[in-house]
Design a protein around this ligand. Structure first.
Ligand SMILES: Nc1ncnc2c1ncn2[C@@H]1O[C@H](COP(=O)(O)OP(=O)(O)OP(=O)(O)O)[C@@H](O)[C@H]1O
Length: 246
């Protein structure tokens, strides 16, 4: 058992969410706006301290170690990264290497630049990039260090369709290499297609968790999102076509 989340909670924002996840799994955290997805990821990575529950990763009680130490264990992509102003992209990524103490930091930087296809952005300043370009740079920074656990809060936000699929394929590949990847998502089609397991939160409470087909049921979609959805099976895999409840 790599990650065990037991009755994790934070005052009014999240109550009693429990689930477990293994290395090699891509775990999608789902729920409507305000459900508690970002709160859950912030509790997992140490940005927020829980006021209830247990959080164990690789037999370590994460609630007992510092947020700084926890961040050495994992890569984190926040929903809204802190604005870095006029810093150049290559300098921004180099700053992300500082606390990682790697033997070949340049090689690691090249790896994430290659993975996110951001060569052309390196000499530009972060605040002059488009929203999607900035998102890809922030994802690259979260991948620095090749951590065994990645936490991504809505990684596909602002990305065009090519990069949505490219980023999901990158995260899928990380899981296939034995990493644990936990990510908040709004796109149920991407969740059904790429994730091994889903955690569905409704108003701060766990509504369902398990394989996509077991979680994305008519009843759960109606309760969590007030929608219904048709499953489509194609040669490319499964996806969902959502629509409003009539
Ligand atoms: N800094 C904060 N202080 C107090 N309440 C907050 C804060 N941030 C979020 N909340 C509240 O906590 C609840 C959960 O918010 P959270 O950001 O986790 O939702 P989310 O599922 O990530 O939503 P979204 O899909 O809109 O990003 C919401 O009711 C929200 O209003």
């Amino acid at each position: 058992m790599t990650l065990k989340v037991e009755r994790l909670g934070h005052s009014t924002r999240l109550q009693e969410v429990s689930f477990a996840a293994q290395p090699g799994e891509l775990v999608g955290i789902l729920g409507a706006n305000g459900a508690g997805k970002s709160t859950l990821l912030q509790l997992l990575c140490g940005v927020l301290e829980p006021d209830a529950g247990q959080l164990t990763y690789q037999q370590r009680d994460l609630t007992q170690i510092s947020a700084y130490e926890r961040r050495q264990l994992l890569g984190y992509l926040p929903q809204t990264p802190v604005a870095e102003g006029g810093i150049r992209v290559d300098h921004f990524l180099q700053a992300g290497l500082v606390n990682l103490h790697l033997s070949c930091p340049g090689k690691e930087l090249n790896r994430v630049v290659e993975t996110l296809q951001i060569h052309a952005l390196l000499e530009r300043t972060l605040d002059k990039l488009s929203g999607g370009e900035q998102r890809r740079v922030h994802i690259a920074r979260a991948l620095l260090g090749d951590h065994n656990w990645l936490l991504c809060d809505e990684p596909t936000t602002s990305l065009d369709l090519y990069y949505q699929l490219q980023v999901m394929a990158v995260l899928r590949a990380q899981a296939d290499r034995g990493k644990l990847v936990t990510l908040a998502l709004h796109d149920l089609g991407l969740a059904a297609r790429y994730c091994d397991r889903l955690v569905l939160i409704d108003k701060g409470r766990l509504l369902a968790e398990g394989a996509p087909a077991a979680v994305l049921t008519d009843a759960n979609l109606a309760q969590a999102y007030k929608i219904k959805a048709r499953w489509l099976c194609t040669d490319e895999g499964v996806t969902l076509l959502p629509s409003l409840l009539s």
